[in-house]
Ligand binder design. Sequence first.
Ligand code: NZQ
Ligand code: ZN
Length: 382
Amino acid sequence: MKFSYSNPTKIHFGQGQISQISTAIPSTSKVLVIYGGGSIKNNGVYDQVAQALEGHQWQEFSGVEPNPTVETLDKAVSLVKAQGIDYIVAVGGGSVIDGSKYVAAAAHYEGDGWDILIGKHKVTSAVDLGAILTLPATGSESNQGAVITKKATQDKLSFLSPCVQPKFAVLDPDSMKTLPERQLINGVVDAWVHVCEQYLTLPVGAMVQDGYAETLLKNLKTLGEQFQQRDSDQWRANLMWSANQALNGLIGTGVPQDWATHMIGHELTAQWGVDHARSLAIIQPSLLRNQIEAKRGKLQQMGKNVFGLAESDDLAEQTIAHIEAFYQSLNVPTQLTEHGDDKQGAITIVLKQLESHGLVALGESQSITLIESKQILESAIQ
Ligand code: NZQ
Ligand code: ZN
């Protein structure tokens, strides 16, 4: 397939690199630092940011929640407009960075910012944005995507725009030291599924993309197996760089992409607050079994090249079992329990939301209609 590729985010990787922002951001800028619930005050990241911005005019906006809501973010949009902010620095995980992307785009739009999520407004400009990553998982720090929730209607929708791609991203593995175990595991799983969404489709003979995807999957598998070493500099640095590379656009160029697991998973998060990564571990094994014939070639390739399995008639089936076992080895459930005991009621809600969001032909071949989504949910929900 044809492609044009550029990743314009300048990465500053390594210990102590937060200091780079003092020169990465023009000194004449009016800066807004956006962060979440305050974890950055416990790991020295906030202090490093404040020190690096000493020569700048800056203020802050805090309280961006996990799975960021438009209700909270619109307050930051008003602030950016009222104060004439012309540089935003997002400090946190995917939620803070995604939320900041929304703020950056909505601040350059006169209408209701939610129009961006429903496709009514196409983003053509945004406030300049930089990111300081504290949770490796989403790749948001150097991509064009953002996922935003409207609490009032439990809609979780995404948008993509080159205008919101961060100008720079600081990846200092030391900032991960305060991450709870649960978030580290989420990072491994989310990055893993990002690679799968761009790799487990149909074979097109893209040797570079396939080879790099397999390297990333092997890295993530190793990091999961070495989870006991998570408190080492090497483990942290490898997860931070692997998760970044998993969704910075490179392995997805010129190849078919799936993303159905993400689209269905987002509905579980919107309804029951399931962590993003955990929603994926619930949907993906069931989805792969449902789509096994279409994906057999790539599942076989993954089985051989990632899990080291031998050629056999049921290699694709075995690969799915290995993926599921990988999640379970990290104590990540592969079935939904958060919905309570009304399984059919839960399936109906998710299908209704998928339909209302126009998500009725998902996957690399648009073969996951509401009929397949129902089948997938039947086995993904306990
Ligand atoms: O709010 P704070 O205080 O920052 O605490 C957060 C939050 O409670 C905490 N945390 C982050 N860094 C920490 C830390 N705690 C201690 N020490 C640190 N160093 O972790 C909690 C979860 O953070 P969150 O940002 O929500 O996690 P994640 O990075 O997994 O982001 C998830 C969001 O990203 C979206 C998801 O849908 C979800 O909304 N995604 C964005 C993508 C993109 N832009 O490309 C792609 C992904 O597939 C995903 O959909
Ligand atoms: Zn994800």
